[in-house]
Design a protein around this ligand. Structure first.
Ligand SMILES: [Zn+2]
Length: 150
């Protein structure tokens, strides 16, 4: 049997999306769950979704902010769907490290450093198997590494 394997984007609070026939995850209103955008960053389009699900019979979910960070697709999906195409689910809000801005802005501000950037930078070092980075204060972090065997 040759059935295509798809993905679902599901949370306890709702069912915000599923993949189309081309494998792209789209937000979906046909599942009874609508998704809106908040905290978007202009450089990447990253956003934290807000879910509304009025189809539930036990408890309505209204404008519930999920902890996921989503990256929208930079181009429309070839399937023709008008629903937002999601390039990937990057991780959780808790995975973001906030660092002081390095520019000379007059106002002190924190700049987000997303998990994929941290992971790519740390795991680019040869000989590492795994790591854990914990932000202690806005200017201090603790990095624990697990070296590769040998
Ligand atoms: Zn599609």
């Amino acid at each position: 049997m040759r059935a295509p394997v798809g993905q679902i984007y599901q949370a306890t609070e709702g069912f915000p999306g599923a993949s189309c026939r081309l494998g792209t995850i789209h937000t979906s209103t046909r599942t009874g769950c609508s998704l809106s955008v908040t905290s978007s960053t202009p450089e990447s389009g990253r956003f934290v979704p807000i879910v509304t699900d009025l189809w539930r019979t036990s408890q309505a979910i209204i404008r519930y902010r999920l902890d996921d960070i989503l990256i929208p697709s930079p181009k429309p999906c070839g399937c023709g769907s008008a629903m937002l195409a999601i390039d990937r689910i990057e991780g959780r809000v808790d995975d973001v490290v906030l660092l002081p801005r390095s520019d000379l802005a007059k106002e002190p501000a924190l700049q987000p450093l997303y998990a994929d950037v941290v992971k790519s930078a740390i795991l680019a070092v040869p000989g590492l198997h795994d790591f854990r980075l914990v932000q202690l204060t806005p200017t201090q972090a603790a990095l624990s590494i697990d070296p590769a065997p040998g």
